[in-house]
Design a protein around this ligand. Sequence first.
Ligand code: HAM
Length: 420
Amino acid sequence: MSTFQAPKGTYDLIPPVSATFLAVREAIAAPLKNSGYGYVETPGFENVELFARGVGESTDIVSKEMYAFETKGGDKLALRPEGTASVLRAALEANLHKAGNLPVKLWYSGSYYRYERPQKGRYRHFSQVGAEAIGVEDPALDAELIILADQAYRSLGLRNFRILLNSLGDKECRPVYREALQGFLRGLDLDEETRRRIEINPLRVLDDKRADVQKQLVGAPMLHDYLCDACKAYHEEVRELLTVQGVAFEDDEKLVRGLDYYTRTTFEFVHDGLGAQSAVGGGGRYDGLSEMLGGPALPSVGWALGVDRTVLALEAEGVELDIPPATSVYAIPLGEEARRKLFGVVTELRAAGVATDFAFGGRGLKGAMKSANRSGARYTLVAGERDLEEGVAQLKDMESGEQTAIALDTLVAEVTRRLG
Ligand code: HAM
């Protein structure tokens, strides 16, 4: 214990769980890399205005949860609460959309920050892997992204997740719906704050978790009935494509996402073993965001999956990822002279691509063997003065227990051969 602890709402990733984290990140990224998405990395902080405009001034994320600050130089910045606004900003800044190759497909992986009330699955610092496909309006692109997330989760061995799907309409039909919904909501018996929300962000009221509010919402106008023909047709096509590919989803008319930029397709991946924080990932179309950021019209779609919650989902389902041990060979020198010699062998093995570790600190054989066991190494390599005089080291197979003296000059070849 030191005087310091990780800040509230954060936690450290340490072995062995950290290996699961890396594996999850890789499993989510793999289908993206396999589908034409290129890696993008943006700064951990941005101009605060980017999020205010992009994510929406009235959202909880911007109004309550953002780590906003002013630098000594007077710049108003914020730690990024999400990735979409940053990635689109970067794409516009680099003129990727002008290279004539639309959609611009990008994936990312990193840390995000929200000043939320911490609880299981909800942290102030968390990890996402995300994907954005920028500049094309095509239901197949929406379907592609949903299918890739589905593949990622299945490749991890997750089964108890569901895909919720909705359409939020576009700039033609949503305003008409918004007004109808406001008319309905204004007639209800609601508290002051909720009444304010009716005027700023009425769709969020549908998302209210309180039973007395939900009771009053029975009979509220639903967006589904207000979708214009173009939105309806688009949505039907997305549904059809998913169905043909055998990706099961549930229509969820009440799915309202917590970010303002969405249009048309929205979806969430929820896991049933996580309690209140059940959304393991989410995303949708954001056809107007580029223009909100001062760019040209670039209809786009994307998602972000939460790495922390995906790891919790694996735990909830009892899925153990098959993570191979980090070390293949563990080398143990007995004595000063052996230490020098064997350290050279270790360096050689590593250069040959064999994952090798070394017993540092001149501990005895017993302690070193314990470390070798803990490392999960398939082989230990032990050498004392006498072995070295004979030009050999003892290679022990930790599975069979069998031990063989191997000539030092053939060692690298022999170990690589054995490891296949
Ligand atoms: P989001 O739904 O806000 O969407 O976040 C995506 C995922 O990040 C969530 O489903 C959840 O797994 C994880 N997450 C969010 N907040 C926390 C938290 N406080 N602690 C732990 N995990 C969390 C977005 O961020 C959009 N940018 C997704 C997107 C990309 N839409 C279009 N493109």
